[in-house]
Design a protein around this ligand. Structure first.
Ligand SMILES: [Zn+2]
Length: 189
């Protein structure tokens, strides 16, 4: 059923976004940045009620950092769904990296690590960023790499710039989804 919502939502967005995307192509290239379409990704927290505040805080951090894509909570018709539970492999993002998919928040990891950092990090995957566990705490996509004491839940300027670039051309049809588990490799932290 939720699958159907995703597809119908995506189709509706495609229709709405098409004229906005088409416009810059015929305009002078110098104005491309100013006319770029903002894409809205609707997300649902109903499957992760314990973490709703943290999910919204993580989404707000992204909304403050980037302008080509906006995350908006909505109870139906969402392309991104947050769920919670127990998984021995930890939290994950299953996504096409362009706003479609599922974020799973593992209870055990949520107790060990700063939860807003987890939700913002997983959202980073849904926005197209890969893991970079070797990075410092100032990077969001270093995830659990810097250890549980790291409470930074904001992307750094490089990560924000990367997401801006990935979303510069706005909406695109849902692609194949990949599941990225938060398994911290041995030897890191
Ligand atoms: Zn990750």
């Amino acid at each position: 059923m939720s699958r159907k919502f995703v597809l119908s939502g995506a189709a509706a967005l495609a229709v709405a976004a098409a004229p906005l995307i088409a416009a810059p192509a015929t305009a002078a290239p110098a104005h491309a940045d100013q006319t770029a379409a903002v894409t809205t990704v609707y997300y649902s927290t109903s499957g992760a009620p314990s973490f709703r505040d943290e999910i919204n805080a993580g989404a707000a951090n992204w909304n403050n950092a980037v302008s080509n894509v906006k995350l908006v909570e909505r109870s139906s018709g969402a392309s991104l769904t947050y769920v919670e539970g127990n998984d021995p492999r930890g939290s994950y993002a299953q996504s096409d990296g362009h706003g479609n998919g599922t974020v799973f928040i593992d209870y055990t990891q949520a107790q060990e690590y700063y939860t807003i950092r987890i939700t913002a990090h997983e959202t980073g995957h849904v926005l197209g960023l890969p893991d970079h566990y070797e990075g410092p705490c100032s990077e969001l996509m270093s995830g659990g790499g810097p250890g549980p004491s790291c409470t930074n839940a904001n992307p750094d300027s490089q990560e924000s710039a990367q997401v801006e670039q990935l979303w510069a051309n706005g909406f695109r049809a849902a692609g194949p989804q990949q599941r990225i588990y938060e398994e911290i490799p041995a030897g890191i932290h």
